[in-house]
Design a protein around this ligand. Structure first.
Ligand code: MN
Length: 413
């Protein structure tokens, strides 16, 4: 600092004050900021590679859905990531575009080259460095003191060209809490505007995740000057539950991927976190800007472009979410859709309720479908059609064509 002129020092002070004001605004507003990492961590899933044009398409759909920031790629790792980021600049305007970097000046320079067409308040870097005992000894061969120095130096270097700087201690969930908090304090002192808590190998439970977030907020002395972000992997099927537990405990930013795609068991699914918040405002008491009606089409777009298909039962985006074959449920849904649904299809932009005809379907659903197809059939004939449906081989889905064939067969008798 002492080498800076008076004007530079004043400029720094003004810039820091502006930065602190933005952070305290986000904290006071109790907003949950969605940071999407489909294009970076999601794409790390084996076989989910996207080309730059496809990434742009997904980025635009994420912008329309309302994400606050987009983890757009890892410029130092591939030219294709640089190309994808460059295509987004000037086109994807609302979200902050961030690039992943190791704690190396060359990575930060590569991020700067990829992002420099974007205004300062719409571009950021996301630095990471392993901090857990196994990462320190087996991977990095560095002491705690050396790690702290790496964090301070890399964040200070990034602060020369970026105003939005996230620092994440990789494998945070397996790092000693005291040391983790020291890493955060060091990063914030050096200029980090967000500190991340990644559960890199997906081992936490919701209760332990919430305890960690509480401990970080209680023990990092300069936490008021940075946002707290969380990033969960789904190895125990708990990524969404863990994310929600941390929101409840006060986390400001949540990192997710569409359809939960990502390495191993994937990441926290964006659409699931959004819908849980949307259905339980009384519990979370947090605001967020996501447009739920964009979710279902977004899930389909990502599945199509990555060629990673969605399980039929996948919450929000799966084919079966608004489909039922059970007679009692079909009868209820025809009377009022809310009888057997947590939310209506239009809430997530899905097509509508599908009453699938099969051996469990009741009279009401069969005659409803026949009427929709403008097939006039007597009450007795409806009973016969139901009998024929029951005789179909196991697993048969009675689509409209098969239904019409069955009705035609009746007429011939
Ligand atoms: Mn990850």
């Amino acid at each position: 600092m002492s080498g800076l002129s008076l004007i530079q020092r004043l400029q720094n002070r003004v810039r820091n004050a502006a930065r602190d004001a933005v952070i305290s605004h986000h904290k006071r507003s109790r907003a949950v900021l969605f940071s999407d990492t489909t294009l970076r961590d999601g794409e790390q899933m084996p076989g989910a590679t996207l080309d730059p044009e496809q990434k742009l398409q997904i980025a635009l759909a994420l912008e329309a859905a309302g994400v606050h920031s987009l983890d757009a790629g890892f410029p130092a790792s591939s030219e294709a990531d640089v190309e994808a980021i460059r295509r987004m600049i000037g086109v994807v305007k609302k979200p902050v575009l961030t690039a992943l970097c190791r704690t190396l000046p060359s990575d930060i320079d590569a991020a700067e080259r990829a992002l420099n067409g974007n205004p300062m308040h719409k571009r950021g870097v996301s630095l990471f460095c392993g901090t857990s005992p196994i990462h320190r000894t087996e991977k990095l061969n560095k002491s705690k003191t050396e790690i702290l120095k790496i964090i301070a130096e890399s964040v200070e270097y990034a602060a020369k060209t970026f105003r939005i700087i996230a620092f994440s201690p990789e494998d945070a969930s397996r790092t000693e809490m005291n040391f983790l908090c020291e890493c955060y304090r060091e990063a914030i002192d050096a200029g980090a505007t967000t500190i991340g808590f990644p559960d890199t190998v997906g081992v936490l439970t919701p209760e332990k995740a919430a305890d960690c977030i509480k401990a970080i907020q209680d023990s990092v002395p300069n936490i008021d000057r940075a946002l707290l972000a969380v990033h969960f992997h789904n190895d125990l099927g708990l990524a969404v539950a863990n994310t929600l537990a941390c929101i409840q405990e006060g986390a400001n930013v949540v990192q997710c991927t569409v359809n939960g795609i990502g390495e191993r068991a994937g990441n926290a699914a964006l659409e699931e976190v959004v819908m849980a918040l949307s259905l339980h405002p009384d519990q979370y008491q947090r605001t967020f800007r996501m447009d739920t009606t964009k979710l279902s089409p977004l899930c389909r777009l990502v599945a199509d472009l990555t060629s990673v298909s969605i399980s039929r039962m996948k919450p929000i985006g799966g084919d079966n979410i608004f489909a039922t074959e059970a007679g009692i449920h079909q009868d209820g849904l025809l009377k009022n859709p809310d009888t057997y649904l947590p939310f209506r299809p239009e809430k997530v932009g899905a097509e509508g309720i599908q009453l699938v005809l099969g051996r469990h379907s009741g009279r009401n659903a069969v005659s409803h479908r026949l009427a929709q197809l403008q097939l006039s059939v007597s009450d007795g004939a409806v009973g016969q059609v139901m009998e024929l449906i029951k005789q179909q081989p196991r697993g048969t889905v009675v689509d409209d064509r098969l239904l019409m064939t069955l009705v035609d067969g009746l007429a011939d008798d």
